[in-house]
Ligand binder design. Structure first.
Ligand SMILES: Nc1ncnc2c1ncn2[C@@H]1O[C@H](COP(=O)(O)OP(=O)(O)O)[C@@H](O)[C@H]1O
Ligand SMILES: Cc1ncc(COP(=O)(O)O)c(N)n1
Length: 282
C-alpha cells in the first residue's frame, strides 16, 4: 500500500519488473532570470506533466516582467558540452529548442542533433520577446531556416515568426494555411501555428500535417500576463511527445495546459507577468 502511494505521488510509472520508467525531455534555450519564459518555463512545464526536465542553456538573459535588461550568449563550446553531457548519460525522449540567438549556436545545435540522431524535436523559432527585445540576431534567420527547419518534427511559430520564416504577410486564416504549407515544404514534419497574435475573442491554433489542417479554438483571456505563453505551449507538446503521444494528442494537452495557465495567472511582477505552470493537471 505504501509503495502504491509512493508510485502515485511520484508521478512516474513503474513497470512490471519494478523498474522506473522516467520520460526525459531536454530544452535547448535561453535562461529567463524572471522565471516566466525560456528554460525556466520549459522545465516547469515538463515537471508539471511528469517528465524529467533537462537543459542546455544557449544564452543568459537578465529579464523580468518589465522587459529584457541584458542578453549574454554562451560560448558555442559551452552549448556543445552541455548537449554532449546529456546525450552520453541521459538520452532524452524528446527535445525542444527555444532562443538560439546566433548563427554559430544554431549551427552547433543542428550538428549535435544530427550527430546524436535526435528526431523528436520541437523547434520554437523564438525571435523577439513580448516587449520587443531581439532574442535572435537578424542575420541568424537564414541559419534557422536552413539548419533547423529540416530537423523539426514540430515547428511552433507564432504569426509574426511565420511571416519572417516564409517572407509573406499573414492577415487571414487562409494566409496562415498557405504559410503552414510553405513551412512544411521547407522540411518541417508538423507545423503548429499559434494564434495568440490573431484578432478577436477567439484564438485559433492550427496544425498542418502535410495533408490536412486541424484547428484548436479557444476563448481569448483578456490579460496582460502572457509572458512565456509560447515557450510553455511548445514545452507541453514536447513533454507529451516524450511520453510517446501522437502530435494530435500532444497539441490537445498543450492547448488545455496553456489555457489554464493563462486563465489562472499568478499576478506577480509589475509588467507582463508569467503564466501559472501549476494550473493544469493531467
Ligand atoms: N490571451 C490569450 N488567451 C488565451 N490563449 C492565449 C492567449 N495568448 C496566447 N494564447 C495561446 O498561447 C499559446 C502561445 O501563443 P502566441 O501568443 O501566439 O505565441 P508566442 O507566445 O510565441 O507569441 C497559443 O496556444 C495561443 O493560442
Ligand atoms: C529566454 C527567453 N526565451 C524565450 C522568450 C519568449 O517568450 P514568449 O514565450 O513569451 O514568446 C523570452 N522572453 N525569453
Amino acid at each position: 500500500m505504501a509503495q502504491m502511494m509512493f508510485k502515485k505521488q511520484s508521478g512516474y510509472i513503474i513497470n512490471i519488473w519494478g523498474e522506473s520508467m522516467v520520460y526525459k525531455a531536454l530544452t535547448i534555450a535561453g535562461s529567463d532570470s524572471g522565471g516566466g519564459a525560456g528554460i525556466q518555463a520549459d522545465v516547469k512545464t515538463f515537471h508539471q506533466l511528469h517528465v524529467f526536465g533537462m537543459s542546455a542553456i544557449t544564452a543568459v538573459t537578465a529579464q523580468n516582467t518589465l522587459g529584457v535588461q541584458g542578453v549574454y550568449p554562451l560560448p558555442v563550446e559551452a552549448v556543445e558540452k552541455q548537449i554532449d553531457s546529456i546525450a552520453t548519460d541521459l538520452p532524452p525522449d524528446a527535445i525542444k529548442t527555444g532562443m538560439l540567438f546566433s548563427e554559430e549556436i544554431i549551427e552547433c545545435v543542428a550538428y549535435k542533433m544530427k550527430q546524436h540522431r535526435w528526431t523528436r524535436v520541437v523547434v520554437d523559432p523564438v525571435m523577439i520577446a513580448k516587449g520587443g527585445s531581439p532574442l535572435l540576431k537578424q542575420e541568424a534567420v537564414e541559419a534557422l531556416q536552413r539548419h533547423m527547419l529540416p530537423l523539426a518534427y514540430v515547428l511552433t511559430p507564432n504569426i509574426p515568426e511565420a511571416e519572417v520564416l516564409t517572407n509573406m504577410q499573414i492577415d487571414t486564416l487562409e494566409h496562415r494555411k498557405e504559410a503552414a504549407k510553405k513551412l512544411h515544404d521547407m522540411g518541417v514534419r508538423y507545423v503548429v501555428m499559434k494564434g495568440g497574435h490573431g484578432e478577436g475573442n477567439e484564438l485559433v491554433d492550427l496544425l498542418y500535417d502535410g495533408e490536412q489542417f486541424y484547428e484548436w479554438k479557444s476563448k481569448r483571456v483578456h490579460t496582460k500576463h502572457t509572458h512565456g505563453t509560447g515557450c510553455t505551449f511548445a514545452a507541453a507538446i514536447t513533454a507529451q511527445l516524450a511520453k510517446g503521444k501522437t502530435i494530435y494528442e500532444a497539441v490537445d494537452v498543450a492547448k488545455r495546459f496553456i489555457q489554464a495557465a493563462i486563465e489562472q495567472t499568478l499576478q506577480i511582477g509589475g509588467g507582463h507577468g508569467p503564466t501559472n505552470h501549476w494550473a493544469f493537471h493531467e
